[in-house]
Design a protein around this ligand. Structure first.
Ligand SMILES: CC(=O)SCCNC(=O)CCNC(=O)[C@H](O)C(C)(C)COP(=O)(O)OP(=O)(O)OC[C@H]1O[C@@H](n2cnc3c(N)ncnc32)[C@H](O)[C@@H]1OP(=O)(O)O
Ligand SMILES: O=C(O)CCC(=O)C(=O)O
Length: 489
């Protein structure tokens, strides 16, 4: 059963209030009767993390990599001004770390790194470098709090990227780590392409760097091949081998980046890499917003106490603007329909209690829900709610008749909110006046014909059903054999 969302007195984007047909109501009680099948469990979320002593679902940290992994997104170009704005926005949001592009990448990258370190942000600043002394030397001079050092350990990368064997990797890693530690910086060592690396190689190198006092080791699903279960197994195994923190980085090639991050935390990982909107190489990594949605459902208290969720939309808009993309319609939390409820069955229940079809309270993110009513899937409860908003009151039978008209028109063509409002207004007017207004102005002759036909069909259908029911009752036909009207003349 879904955890209930918090009570939201906020109106939806269309002005809908959450309550019985628009009347704001306290949802301390469910609408159904309490029973052993429906115990109304308000105080305990069934999505609370499973009781695993290794799990860090309630105490994870975010390493925000929009300014590193995100800069690797095909369309990204961040000048210093953009980087500062993004870094400040992420800091306001409350991320624990901000990871920057390697200062070895270019002279401007180095200058940008220095400038961001001087901003005095609350978040720790990291830079991401190759596992070699030249990069490490440049990085420690920039003023960063720490270095994220990486080197590929899979046979693909050992053969085709850097060409080094595991002995070389281990020796260089130790040299780099000791150097960085001697400079008083935080240090993380990560094996790129971990999930296509040999497990014995991985555990051996992680164990070696843990012994010399690395702050974190990193597991990276560089090609997005890992499944949640594989992630759980690897992180859990690693948890038994190292005592340092475990950072994880998940690409999204097969759509598992959020699930993998969650499983990593369940298995004992401590840090998750994210980027705003998930931007990064190819189709990117775990998105900050999507991870927040996932974690809010798992531990609302922890997430709300740490992260300023209401800033999410602004950060996403900022980054989307810089990288010149539109936020997808189905984006977690901020997609235009993330909290839109359309079908009549959903609309009715949502109006009564948002927990029926929402596990996330949009207000936690400064968003609002929207109850759609301008379609043929609408129902009379949604129309009644809309009429209430328009200040038009009718009997339930009248709302139902009005809804039938709206549905008939929606069968003719796609209708807009305005069309629906016009029909409600005209229908209401006609109830109280001798003069008969057309339900909708501006229909083409063709549409008018179709609308009339749809209405006739509707009336005929109703009449047929009434006659069928009467005939069935009179003949006392068993339910299974009752007459069904095939078509309406
Ligand atoms: C999975 C990831 O996202 S890892 C992070 C990726 N980030 C970046 O690549 C940062 C941006 N990169 C750059 O600006 C450039 O690639 C630089 C400055 C790092 C290197 O540029 P170049 O010296 O011209 O080398 P190039 O990019 O062609 O090839 C990569 C070099 O790094 C070496 N290399 C690759 N990975 C690593 C590693 N993890 N540790 C050490 N060396 C590495 C390769 O052997 C290769 O060196 P070589 O051609 O001298 O043998
Ligand atoms: O440093 C890491 O752990 C991750 C590097 C990276 O971007 C990747 O492997 O995809």
């Amino acid at each position: 059963m879904c955890p209930p969302v918090e009570e939201t007195p906020v109106n939806g984007a269309n002005g809908h209030q959450n309550g019985t047909n628009g009347t704001s109501r306290n949802h301390d009680d469910f609408t159904a009767i309490q029973s052993s099948h429906n115990p109304h469990p308000h105080h305990k979320s069934p999505y609370q993390p499973v009781g695993d002593f290794l799990s860090n679902v309630s105490r994870f940290k975010i390493i925000e990599s929009t300014l590193r992994e995100g800069e690797q997104f095909a369309n990204a170009y961040f000048d210093l001004d953009a980087k500062i704005k993004i870094a400040k926005a992420l800091d306001d949001f409350g991320v624990d770390y901000i990871e920057l592009t390697s200062p070895a990448a270019s002279e401007q990258s180095r200058r940008d790194c220095e400038a961001i370190c001087k901003l005095g942000l609350k978040a720790k600043i990291l830079t991401h470098v190759r596992c070699n002394m030249e990069d490490a030397r440049i990085a420690v001079e920039t003023g960063v709090d720490g270095l994220d050092v990486v080197i590929g350990t899979s046979s693909y990368l050992r053969e085709y990227s850097h060409g080094k064997d595991m002995t070389y990797i281990k020796n260089t890693a130790i040299e780099v780590i000791e150097f960085v530690k001697s400079k008083g910086k935080e240090i993380r060592f990560s094996s790129e392409d971990s999930f296509r690396s040999d497990l014995v190689d991985l555990l051996s190198i992680y164990s070696a760097v843990d012994k010399i006092g690395v702050n974190r080791v990193g597991i990276a699903d560089t090609v997005g091949c890992a499944s949640p279960r594989q992630v759980y197994d690897l992180v859990r195994t690693l948890r038994g081998v190292v005592s340092c923190d475990i950072e994880t980085h998940f690409h999204n090639d097969t759509g598992c980046s959020i699930a993998n991050a969650y499983c990593a935390l369940e298995a004992g990982a401590t840090h998750i890499d994210t980027s705003v909107l998930g931007i990064g190489e190819r189709n990117g990594i775990t998105p900050l917003g999507g991870l927040m949605a996932r974690m809010l459902v798992a531990d609302r208290h922890y997430v709300l106490s740490k992260y300023n969720l209401k800033k999410l939309k602004d950060i996403e808009d900022l980054v989307a603007d810089y990288v010149e993309v539109n936020i997808p319609f189905n984006n977690y939390i901020t997609g235009f329909c993330a909290f839109t409820h359309k079908a009549g069955i959903h609309a009715k229940a949502i109006l009564n209690n948002p927990s029926t079809y929402e596990i996330i309270n949009p207000a936690d993110f400064g968003m609002s829900r929207y109850v759609h009513f301008a379609s043929r899937l609408t129902g009379w409860n949604a129309i009644k709610s809309r009429a209430d908003q328009l200040g038009l009151h009718m009997t339930d039978a009248q709302y139902k008749a009005c809804t039938a008209k709206i549905k008939a028109l929606a069968d003719v063509r796609k209708i807009a909110i305005d069309d629906t409002d016009s029909i409600i207004r005209a229908f209401h007017f006609n109830l109280h006046n001798d003069e008969e207004r057309p339900l909708l102005e501006g229909l083409t002759v063709e549409e008018q014909k179709k609308f009339l036909a749809a209405e006739r069909e509707l009336n005929g259908e109703k009449e047929k059903r009434r006659l069928d029911a009467t005939a069935d009752a009179e003949a006392e036909v068993p339910v299974s054999k009752k007459t069904r009207t095939e078509a309406v003349a």
